[in-house]
Design a protein around this ligand. Structure first.
Ligand code: FEO
Ligand code: CA
Ligand code: CA
Ligand code: CA
Length: 661
């Protein structure tokens, strides 16, 4: 990397690039290491892995499996739809009998007076009025209790400059190099981040945005926000621009999120390290803290034009990111609040559920190799009849980190100042220090290092929750909850809270499924035998539990060379004889990741987010070379030579109406 160009940024690449994970807590004995190396399978590594795995996924085999099993339900399954055939092409595909309609694309108007999308003349002012880039989390907040009218809330996680902007890519040795960002480009990138709140309504069976709604809102990397909770105002959060330590601009890398029981929108700040450049002053007190978070990673040029992203100028600014952000969607002028009580790490999402006693529980994943699963339990109780009374529930409560015991026991360890090792002796002068350096506090409590915790979804009907663990190929020591050394395809853990009480501090756990191709014994996948060649997947990421308590899983990282298929949305049985059976319901175009999945309460619509379509295609026979603005692997969803590929939210409905799946 030099100052004229930088490598393309993509979350998954960034996560791949960060070496063996950032958690230095490693208690392996030499015997463990030797045992691990001895059992490692060479075929899973490097290009040999790609050859071995793709060789098993012949298109003919997929077709044959499709013919045999695509029709009809699996015995005991909660799902009944004709399965989509797994594969790779330029378009998206949904199960037969369903419509997948593009609802909102990058650049679409969010306000009636917004300019038309013009990719050759994009501006910050236009982007601030248009739908942002790389839609990830999608939430639906019904208005007037209706299933055909509500607010759609959507995160815009990050930007892919090589797909967004013309004339900035050069190919060097077959690799994409992106020109350094100009000030205008950086400001467009910042405006394409954040989130969108937009009113939508079903008209004649099809969803439409309501562009003149007073509730529509764009949130960006510049939106004024408030830090609240125990760490707000702390000296470590103070900057030259904000000596109060309470006023921060913007939110970045909002991956998944949540909708609270009181109807606010949660945006989780995940890979914040990529945005910071520069070096800390010599001997700065935050050096260890930032090293644990991988800061600075320097994937963006924002620090060249905005001092707060340059560590040499605003050394405390990174402490103002990595939080969970709450947005009051009913007041578009309200300041979003960064809720410090939920800790600071690479927050994947924050899905919530009301516990038996009325307290509210938020499940939180820290998406890094060897990092942890958390939950937050509010001190106060949810009042369903008084929305205003719930608006600051997230400022007080207890943050716990999970220890998965070898015997299947689950312990939630409180991150509370003064308890156990969380004292001044270990550098925690107050609860604020614990929240700012949550990872280090959790290390000291000996939480279980996981294979990249992503979305965690409670099932209110059963008292259980599902943890997506996306992958980890850097592990040298297995533990019971992360049993594969070479976990290229990830797994899903089912948490069973004690007595079905989500606020419990103990429980049990079980691996629901180890992912990957079940036909390759060495992969160790454990889908049920009723799962077809189309039905298995790798790299679980986001998930949803629908009103019937059924689990849906979306993926990040399936590709022609890894799994012979694109990412998609899979229906995964969790109950009875069909438990562990997976079926493919929807798949994305080449290069994309599947995000969002959000069913409406009546299950008549499934909103899904197609993120970074066209980001890739080198390993797909339909393209076979780098994909960038001038030479895209797909121009989904418009397929218009004058328009680039566009990340979009898609509304899936059943033809003729009715419940999905
Ligand atoms: Fe942004 Fe952890 O996926
Ligand atoms: Ca994710
Ligand atoms: Ca979810
Ligand atoms: Ca991911």
């Amino acid at each position: 990397m030099n100052d004229q160009s930088r490598k393309i940024f993509r979350t998954s690449q960034l996560e791949e690039a960060d070496g063996p994970g950032l958690n230095p807590t490693d208690k392996r004995t030499m015997g463990d290491i030797i045992a691990a190396r001895f059992s490692r399978r060479a075929f899973l590594r490097g290009s040999m892995a790609a050859t071995a795995i793709t060789a098993t996924v012949s298109p003919l085999a997929i077709l044959a499996a499709g013919d045999a099993q695509a029709q009809g339900a699996v015995e005991g399954s909660a799902f009944n739809f004709p399965e989509v055939l797994a594969g790779v092409d330029a378009d998206h595909h949904v199960a037969e009998g369903y419509d997948a309609d593009v609802l909102l694309r990058w650049g679409d108007k969010v306000f009636a007076d917004a300019p038309e999308f013009d990719p050759l003349n994009q501006s910050e002012a236009a982007q601030e009025r248009q739908f942002g880039y790389n839609n990830d989390f999608v939430g639906f907040i019904p208005l007037d209790g209706a299933d055909d009218h509500g607010l759609l809330v959507v995160n815009h996680e990050y930007t892919n400059e090589h797909l967004m902007f013309p004339g900035i890519v050069t190919l060097k040795d077959g690799e994409i190099e992106v020109a350094a960002g100009t000030e205008d480009r950086v400001n467009i990138e910042m405006a394409a981040h954040g989130g969108t709140v937009i009113e939508i309504r079903k008209v004649d069976g099809k969803w439409q945005p309501v562009l003149d709604s007073k509730l529509n809102r764009r949130i960006t990397a510049k939106t004024a926000m408030q830090l609240s909770g125990p760490a707000a105002g702390h000296a470590r959060l103070q900057t030259v621009a904000d000596p109060s330590g309470t006023e921060v601009f913007g939110t970045i890398n909002n991956c998944a999120g949540g909708v609270t029981p009181w109807g606010t929108y949660i945006m989780a700040e995940e890979n914040i390290h990529g945005y910071f450049t520069g070096t800390l002053p010599e001997g700065h007190a935050e050096a260890q803290n930032y090293e644990r978070m991988g800061i600075p990673e320097g994937s963006y040029d924002w620090g060249n034009f905005h001092d707060r992203f340059d560590l040499s100028k605003e050394p405390n600014e990174p402490n103002r990111f990595g939080w969970v952000v709450e947005v009051d969607v009913m007041d578009p002028t309200s300041k979003p609040k960064k809720r410090t009580a939920l800790g600071r790490f690479k927050h994947e999402g924050a899905e919530s559920v009301v516990a038996k006693d009325g307290r509210v529980v938020f499940y939180l994943g820290d998406d890094e190799r060897f990092d942890y699963v958390y939950k937050f339990v509010t001190a106060g109780k949810f009042d369903p009849d008084n929305r205003a009374a719930n608006m600051d529930l997230l400022d007080e409560g207890t943050l716990y980190v999970a220890r998965f015991d070898e015997d299947g026991g689950l312990q939630w360890l409180p991150l509370v100042h003064g308890e156990g090792p969380l004292t001044a002796e270990n550098g925690f002068a107050s609860q604020a220090d614990i929240l700012i350096e949550t990872r280090r506090a959790a290390d000291l409590l000996e939480a279980t290092p996981m294979d990249r915790p992503e979305d965690i979804q409670p099932n209110p009907q059963t008292g259980r929750a599902y943890v997506m663990l996306t992958n980890n190929t850097k592990r040298e020591e297995a533990n019971a909850a992360n049993p594969r050394i070479e976990n290229a395809f990830g797994h899903i853990i089912e948490l069973v809270e004690q007595d079905g009480d989500f606020a419990a501090t103990t429980g049990t756990w079980e691996v629901l499924v180890q992912c990957g191709d079940p036909s390759i014994a060495e992969v160790g996948a454990t889908f049920s035998t009723a799962t077809t060649e189309n039905g298995w997947f790798g790299m679980p990421d986001n998930c949803a539990v629908d009103a019937d308590g059924r689990l849906w899983v979306s993926t990040d990282g399936n590709s022609p060379s890894d799994t012979g298929r694109t990412d998609g949305l899979w229906a995964l049985d969790t109950e009875g004889a069909a438990r562990g059976t997976s079926r493919l319901f929807y798949r994305v175009p080449v290069g994309a990741e599947m995000c969002g999945p959000c069913p409406t309460p009546d299950m008549s619509t499934f909103f899904v987010a197609v993120q970074h379509p066209g980001d890739g295609g080198d390993d797909w026979e339909g393209h076979g070379r780098p994909s960038y603005y001038e030479d895209l692997s797909t121009r989904w969803p418009d397929f218009n030579d004058a328009l680039p590929v566009r990340p979009s939210v898609v509304a899936i409905t059943k033809q003729g109406g009715g419940k999905i799946g």
